[in-house]
Write a protein that binds this ligand. Structure first.
Ligand SMILES: C[S@@+](CC[C@H](N)C(=O)[O-])C[C@H]1O[C@@H](n2cnc3c(N)ncnc32)[C@H](O)[C@@H]1O
Ligand code: SF4
Ligand code: SF4
Length: 353
């Protein structure tokens, strides 16, 4: 049953992270919903049994209607989480942010590493605002997307989050947007990934693995912390800034549109598109579900394979250019990622798994 949704409220962002799963934001071809339509999205979610909503983007704090949406969702009794790069948080926002269940601030490494990945000098601002949230009693934690750029930074990073007194969340790299174009360069080797997981396991700090890592791999390294499994289309959906419904924010195809299609019909499409298969004979399948479904979509059973030949058209098969090596201006100009396709194509694509 779907009980939570990640609502990507806007496309704009003030950073250009080299792994960012949103490449559509570089091009203006998604028509973002109006504030009024965004409220209707919340109505639809609420009316269809969704009790928890994560407001994300783009950078959601750039969306002028964000606090209106928060208050609106809150008035309906929904649990609200915010995903932000933290840069734009101000003291004036604290009263709004106190209504949040939690705030997840992306912090991709210690100073030099974070700035390199995000293409900014925003590290100090992000850290300052994490402290501000923490000092004001807001439930704040960090998120770190694991790539070759920060995997070796982990010991220093854990010292930093310890000093900040916050829980550190970690997400594996999803093959979406720039994270897909640059997957081969950015996705850590299996060996490095296991060393990384062991390093996390040694720590006594509060740590949570957000991105779904196959349970067999966690068992292999005797992973000691909490972890999430793939919720795509099982308990969670994502809504793009134009209202398109996806099984998760990284899914390459829409299964419908929340303001245009019947929600229950869309959920049926969603269930078909995200049917778990692959290693169903495994005794851990009921808890694991076979790892990240997007990874399975691209790599079949080789859940950590670098992008090579894949079922959806080879490396960069969705048309992204190499985001990491390009300047933001180039990235904006050259990216031609097509965000959504027609229903017919959804099934053509997913049935090839
Ligand atoms: C897409 S961002 C949107 C919200 C906000 N701009 C931020 O950075 O927190 C949400 C989260 O997704 C993570 N993320 C972005 N691209 C990713 C990818 N390719 N794989 C895994 N996580 C990714 C970011 O690190 C961030 O924590
Ligand atoms: S991950 Fe980085 S580039 Fe992507 S939306 Fe968040 S801050 Fe912007
Ligand atoms: S279900 Fe598949 S990915 Fe998950 S633990 Fe079993 S073999 Fe590993």
């Amino acid at each position: 049953m779907i009980t939570s949704a990640v609502f990507l409220v806007n496309k704009d962002c003030n950073q250009r992270c080299n792994f960012c799963l949103n490449s559509w934001k570089y091009k203006n071809h998604i028509k973002e919903l109006s504030p009024k339509q965004k409220k209707r999205v919340i109505d639809e979610l609420h009316n269809n049994g969704i009790t928890s909503i994560t407001l994300s983007g783009g950078e959601p704090l750039l969306d002028k209607s964000l606090f209106v949406l928060m208050d609106y969702a809150s008035s309906k009794g929904m649990r609200i989480k915010l995903q932000t790069n933290g840069v734009m948080i101000t003291k004036k926002m604290l009263n709004h942010l106190k209504k949040m269940d939690s705030v997840l601030v992306s912090l991709e490494g210690t100073k030099g590493v974070h700035n390199k990945i995000t293409g900014t000098n925003n590290f100090e601002k992000a850290v300052g605002n994490i402290k501000l949230l923490k000092d004001n009693g807001i439930n704040v934690s960090t998120n770190f997307t694991i790539t070759n750029d920060n995997i070796k930074n982990i010991k220093s990073y854990l010292q930093l989050t310890k000093k900040l007194g916050v829980k550190a969340n970690f997400t594996r790299l999803y093959q979406s947007g720039c994270g897909r174009s640059n997957y081969k360069e950015l996705n850590p080797s299996l060996n490095d990934f296991e060393i990384f997981l062991k390093e996390l396991s040694k720590s006594k700090q509060p740590i949570h693995l957000l991105g779904p890592v196959p349970v067999c791999m966690l068992r292999k390294v005797n992973f000691k912390h909490s972890f999430a499994t793939c919720a795509a289309g099982k308990t969670e959906i994502a809504i793009n800034p134009n209202g398109d419904i996806l099984p998760c924010p990284s899914w390459p195809f829409a299964v419908g549109n929340i303001l245009k299609n019947d929600f229950k019909e869309v959920i049926t499409n969603l269930e078909k598109a995200t049917e778990r298969s692959g290693c169903i004979d495994c005794s851990d399948f009921s808890i694991c579900g076979g790892g990240c479904l997007v990874s399975r979509l691209f790599n079949g059973n080789d859940l950590f394979a670098a992008v090579g030949k894949n079922k959806l058209g080879g490396r960069g098969g969705l048309g992204e250019t190499s985001c990491r090596t390009l300047t933001p201006a180039h990235a904006r100009k050259n990216s031609n990622y097509s965000d959504t396709v027609s229903d017919a194509n959804i099934y053509k694509a997913t049935n090839t798994i």
